[in-house]
Structures are given as structure tokens and as C-alpha cells.
Ligand binder design. Structure first.
Ligand code: G6P
Length: 505
């Protein structure tokens, strides 16, 4: 009852904030990946499928609460075709008028340069500090061309689509998202000086010493581009602080006020805030308790009495999947009595398969799994089971039956899997969590902390988690769950709406 009342209050507060910000406008949201993407089937027809990753999960919940126009990049040939067929797109979203999806469409080669040369291998790697600096990055003429003709062009295309959706409105409310769209605010601001514009970065914001290594035109354009927003948001206070430092270092005509956490440039003020993103625990639980998910959970357990370690990640290097398996291997090596009694279910979602680094990493992950299974497996027991597909319900089913959930990224803006695990656990799962995940700032109290490169420490944490008495598991989980329920997606959104509505006034 009390929980229900809290939820009703939270929803009412969100509705009030949304009304203060939007009146009867639609909110315009722009992201690279949209809620659905289209592939061309063998018979030439277009098939929709749900986009993957934390951003889509989070914003999907937003669209259930306020009417939005969602502008996404046409990422595939299918998307480019679907861009011309508004009815098809509407049908793919279940004819639900609360979300209007529009594609920002550029030529394939332009998109390739923006996504597969700049955004993912360059900005993503930079911001996750995942470069082997003696070798990479090499910012050569081709990179600079991809910046100008790909990244800048894609941002311009987004700005044009936003402006076309905002036609007739001198003060549209626009939320831009993530590292693909650092430059979109400037052209929008020029055309609509009174627009209420925000940008939220879902990935980490590294210290200035990292930005210092890259070409001045790029880092300056990014800093200036973001300053065209009224509010720029980050996952953690540390990332927000890093942004202020970056502005101070690279934008000489800007004044940074650290106490008020804002930047003034040419009489324009940009507020710099942290809004840790979250999930909708109730909706997440609904998916996990659907009949299909429950059936899948039973199959996964297979009536066994083994303990289960679970991980769910997009298959990519920042998730630190390899060291997770090394830690599991160490655990089996050191604890012969655990052999045959525990299994590791890894639900890995295909991601950015066009990138060389990702392909290489995927092969290494597969090798590690094969090695562990060959070394320790025996009839009737396979230590690691790998699921390589984009199946959200199955992944939640996996999390629901976990005794231990391993979330050990090298660095992560937030990591929503940690929060989903806490929401859906049916077996008082223990969360083993990297100190370097944004989620750690909110979940340190309750999770078992690991340093991501520390394989021995991670093996120890897994052992501690597996041996933890039921009462302590329950106590930790309850604490984490209360946190996720209090600081949920509604809270994330409401705080942003309130800050933006304040500017309207
Ligand atoms: C992270 C990023 C998102 C991105 C997602 C999936 O969550 O912050 O912007 O959409 O990964 O990556 P992809 O490249 O497949 O869209």
C-alpha cells in the first residue's frame, strides 16, 4: 500500500513537472539509437526490432509518461527505407501516439563515418579511457575528414529534423542525448534562440588530461557545442566536475562557476548537473514475471540445485567480460568443491559488430569460455553457458534466478544491469560491482566492490558472495532495492524537468 502510494505521488510529481515544462507541447528527444530499428527480411519487407542498450531501455520508460517526438538516426538500410513510411513506423510502435518516431537520415557513407569512425571507435574509446596510448588513437587526415563530413554532418541532420518537428514553436523543449550528438545544440540554438535545450551524456566524462591528447578543433567544438544547451547533464557528480574543468581548459571566453556549477559564455548560462539514470523497477519486474520469462527462468535452472552466477552485457571491451571469466576460472581452480555446483550464465548482446576491436574481443571471450568448459566441464555439467543474442526477457529471466550477479566493467557511465538485477532478483542475489561503474556511487552500500582489473579480488568477491548467509543476502538486496525504487527513472526525469521548468519561469 505504502509503496503504491509512493508511486502514485512520484507519478503525480512527475506529471506536475512535465506540465510546468511542456504545457501542451510534445517533448522532443533526439538519440542515435531509437526504440526500434528495421531490418530487411528475405522477402524484402521491413521487420522492426527493439533497440538494445541502457539508453533505449531508459528512454522507453520516459515515452510511457509524456508524449514525445523521438528523433533517431537511420542506422540501417531498413531504417533509411522506413524513414519514408510514417505508417509503417507508427505500426511498429504499436500505433501508440504517445511516441512519434522520426528518423534523421543521412547517406550511408556519412553515417558510417559518424558512427563507425568518430562516435564509437574514437569518442567512445576516449571517454572510456580504453586506448592503448602508445599506439592509438592516430588522428590522421581520414579522421579529420570523418569528423567534418560524418560527425558534423550527422549533427546538422539531427538539428534540421529537430527544427522541422518544432516548426511553429519559438520555444520548443528539446532533450539531446549522448556522445553522438555533441554538436546538435548549436545550430538549433541559432535558429531558435529561446529554445529550452538540454543534453545528457550517458557515458563517462574523463578528466581534461584525456581530452588534452586529441585534436584541439575536435575537443573545442565539443565543449562549445555543449555550451549551447541550457542544461548539460551527466551520470555522476565527478563527470559533471570533469566537464567544468574541460570548459575552463579549452574554452577561454567562458567563465566557470564551480560553486553554482554553471558556465557563462557571451551572456548565456549553461547549468551543469548530475542526474544518475535509472530504471522503472515495476515495468522491469513485469517483463521478468511474464509467462515466457518465467518459463525461460525454469528452463535455465533446469531443476538443478546449483548456484548460479549471471552477467548481462552488450558484448564489448569496456564491460570487462574476459576478466570476469578469468575470475571465475580462478574460483574453480582454488575451490575444487565448487566444481559441478556452480554455473556461470553469460547473456551477451551483440553490439557494434562492424568494429574490429569488438570482433577481436568477441573471439577472445569465446576462447576463454571454451577453455574453461574444456578444462573443468564434465558429463552433465558445463561451467559456463553463453547466450549471444538480443533477448531482453531472457536476460531478465537470467537475472531473476541469479545467486550472484557480476557487473565488473572497466568503466561505465552508469550500468543499468546492476539496477535491473536488484529489481528482479527472486533469490536474494548478491551484486558484485565495479567501483568504476557510475552505478557504484549509488550502490556502494549493499554491493560487494571490486576493482575491475583485480582478477584475484573478483574471484574472492564471487566466493564471498556464494558463501554469504541468506539473511545477509536478503538484507543487502533489500537495501539496494529501496535505493533503486527511490531513485528510479521517474526521479531521473523529474529532476531534469524541474530544472528545465525553472528556466522557463
Ligand atoms: C550505450 C550508449 C548508448 C548506445 C548503447 C548501445 O548505452 O550510451 O548511446 O545506444 O550503448 O550502443 P549502440 O552503438 O548499439 O547503439
Amino acid at each position: 500500500m505504502a509503496a503504491q502510494r509512493d508511486m502514485a505521488t512520484a507519478d503525480a510529481e512527475l506529471a506536475a513537472a512535465a506540465h510546468a515544462l511542456l504545457g501542451d507541447r510534445r517533448l522532443i528527444i533526439a538519440t542515435n539509437r531509437g526504440p526500434v530499428t528495421f531490418t530487411t527480411a528475405a522477402d524484402g519487407s521491413l521487420r522492426p526490432r527493439r533497440g538494445s542498450g541502457g539508453l533505449v531501455t531508459a528512454l522507453g520508460h520516459v515515452s510511457q509518461r509524456v508524449p514525445i517526438t523521438w528523433i533517431a538516426a537511420a542506422m540501417s538500410e531498413g531504417d533509411r527505407r522506413a524513414a519514408a513510411d510514417a505508417r509503417l513506423v507508427r505500426r511498429a510502435l504499436g500505433d501508440d501516439e504517445t511516441v512519434r518516431l522520426r528518423f534523421a537520415s543521412v547517406e550511408r557513407s556519412v553515417y558510417e563515418q559518424a558512427y563507425n569512425v568518430i562516435a564509437n571507435p574514437f569518442l567512445w574509446f576516449l571517454q572510456h579511457q580504453m586506448w592503448n596510448l602508445p599506439e592509438r588513437p592516430v588522428i590522421d587526415a581520414a579522421t579529420m575528414r570523418a569528423w567534418d563530413r560524418g560527425y558534423v554532418a550527422l549533427n546538422d541532420a539531427f538539428a534540421r529534423e529537430v527544427l522541422s518537428q518544432a516548426r511553429g514553436d519559438r520555444e520548443p523543449r528539446i532533450m539531446l542525448h549522448d556522445y553522438h550528438l555533441y554538436l546538435a545544440a548549436e545550430p538549433i540554438r541559432r535558429a531558435r534562440p529561446r529554445a529550452i535545450l538540454s543534453h545528457f551524456t550517458h557515458i563517462p566524462w574523463p578528466p581534461s588530461s584525456i581530452w588534452q591528447t586529441i585534436a584541439p578543433p575536435i575537443r573545442e567544438a565539443i565543449a562549445r557545442g555543449l555550451l549551447a544547451n541550457n542544461v548539460v547533464g551527466f551520470q555522476t557528480a565527478r563527470y559533471a566536475h570533469n566537464f567544468l574543468r574541460m570548459v575552463e581548459t579549452f574554452v577561454p571566453d567562458a567563465t566557470v562557476d564551480y560553486d553554482a556549477s554553471l558556465v557563462k559564455r557571451r551572456r548565456f548560462v549553461t547549468h551543469v548537473r548530475s542526474y544518475p539514470i535509472s530504471i522503472d523497477p515495476e515495468a522491469t519486474r513485469r517483463v521478468a514475471s511474464s509467462r515466457a520469462a518465467r518459463r525461460r527462468a525454469d528452463q535455465l535452472l533446469g531443476g538443478s540445485r546449483e548456484q548460479v552466477i549471471v552477467r548481462v552485457d552488450r558484448l564489448e571491451p569496456s564491460k570487462n567480460i574476459l576478466r570476469g571469466f578469468l575470475a571465475f576460472e580462478t574460483l574453480l581452480q582454488r575451490n575444487a568443491r565448487l566444481r559441478g555446483r556452480i554455473s556461470f550464465l553469460a547473456f551477451l548482446v551483440p553490439s557494434r559488430t562492424g568494429l574490429r576491436e569488438y570482433g577481436h574481443y568477441g573471439r577472445e571471450v569465446q576462447n576463454a569460455v571454451d577453455r574453461i568448459n574444456a578444462r573443468y566441464g564434465r558429463a552433465g555439467w558445463r561451467p559456463v553457458q553463453l547466450f549471444y543474442e538480443n533477448d531482453y526477457a531472457q536476460a531478465l529471466a537470467g537475472l531473476s534466478i541469479a545467486d550472484v550477479v557480476l557487473v565488473n566493467p572497466l568503466v561505465d557511465g552508469m550500468n543499468l544491469v546492476a539496477k535491473e538485477a536488484v529489481a528482479v532478483s527472486a533469490r536474494d542475489a548478491v551484486l558484485v560491482l565495479s567501483e568504476t561503474a557510475g552505478a557504484f556511487d549509488q550502490m556502494a552500500d549493499g554491493a560487494l566492490a571490486v576493482a575491475p582489473a583485480d582478477v584475484v579480488g573478483t574471484a574472492d568477491a564471487l566466493a564471498t558472495a556464494l558463501a554469504m548467509p541468506r539473511e545477509e543476502r536478503a538484507r543487502r538486496l533489500a537495501k539496494l532495492r529501496r535505493g533503486v525504487e527511490r531513485e528510479d527513472i521517474t526521479w531521473w526525469l523529474r529532476r531534469q524537468f524541474e530544472d528545465l521548468a525553472e528556466l522557463v519561469r
